[in-house]
Design a protein around this ligand. Structure first.
Ligand code: ADP
Ligand code: TYD
Length: 212
């Protein structure tokens, strides 16, 4: 049964380095969509599935794995995120629900792309892009310095990928991946070094355009 007539829901993805303000903006966008009468759901990667839990153990350093294995886990987690029977994204989109995800395959291109070839990561994730390409990728761009300040203020322990030199490389890889895929992907870049409200207002303009 379709929740909003006969249309598929939109798939809106937030991307950005750690601390860029993604989860803050996911929350604000969900509130605005609900107020506008749009059926929507929010989700994130890594997910809460068994594969996602395994990934979190790697991120916190409890488990050690080769980088190629980690990259494969992220892709497997994403595929399950799309397809699983309980709360898979694809089923929701097909029911007409708009889904907002905190991260999707551009995170693999940017983070795993620091150590592995971008081409290979894109190829490995084709299984996901063939199933569902985001209607819109919202990239919140902030400088790694600002990101580190925000992370330091708010977290007790730093995860594997939150070291500044690493975030500088991730930031670069995001831009490389966006340039490479600009024909096939719908990407908007938002300046995230501003107040939460200013960032949210610009995102709302982009999302309203998508929904109109
Ligand atoms: P992410 O999900 O991308 O890691 P968060 O939304 O958790 O980022 O934001 C990281 C921290 O920065 C949080 O403490 C949040 O309150 C704060 N924050 C988010 N957006 C802004 C902003 N535009 N200006 C200043 N601080 C922000
Ligand atoms: P999380 O605590 O959710 O960070 P954030 O709130 O900044 O999104 O941790 C997710 C971490 O996993 C983050 O450092 C990015 C990393 N990641 C990858 O390296 N590859 C991926 O494909 C995904 C989805 C996330």
């Amino acid at each position: 049964m379709l929740e909003n007539g006969n249309q598929r829901g939109k798939f809106i993805v937030f991307e950005g380095i750690d601390g860029s303000g993604k989860s803050t903006q996911v929350r604000i966008l969900q509130e605005r969509l609900k107020a506008a009468g749009v059926y929507c759901d929010t989700t994130m990667e890594p997910t809460g599935s068994p594969i996602g839990s395994l990934i979190r153990q790697v991120l916190t350093g409890r488990l050690k794995m080769d980088k190629r294995v980690i990259a494969s886990l992220f892709t497997a987690d994403r595929l399950d995120h799309l397809l699983n029977d309980v709360n898979g994204i694809l089923a929701e989109i097909n029911q007409g629900i708009t889904v907002i995800s905190d991260r999707y395959y551009f995170s693999s291109y940017a983070y795993q792309g620091v150590d592995l070839p971008l081409e290979r990561l894109i190829r490995d994730n084709e299984i996901c892009s063939d199933i569902l390409r985001p209607s819109l990728n919202i990239y919140i761009d902030i400088s790694p310095d600002v990101a580190m300040e925000r992370i330091a203020k708010n977290r007790f322990q730093q995860e594997l990928f939150e070291k500044k030199a690493f975030l500088v490389q991730v930031h670069k890889k995001y831009l490389e991946a966006f340039a490479k895929l600009k024909q096939e992907e719908n990407i908007v870049k938002i300046d995230g070094n501003r107040s939460e409200q200013d960032v949210a207002d610009e995102i709302w303009i982009e999302v309203s355009r998508l929904l109109s």
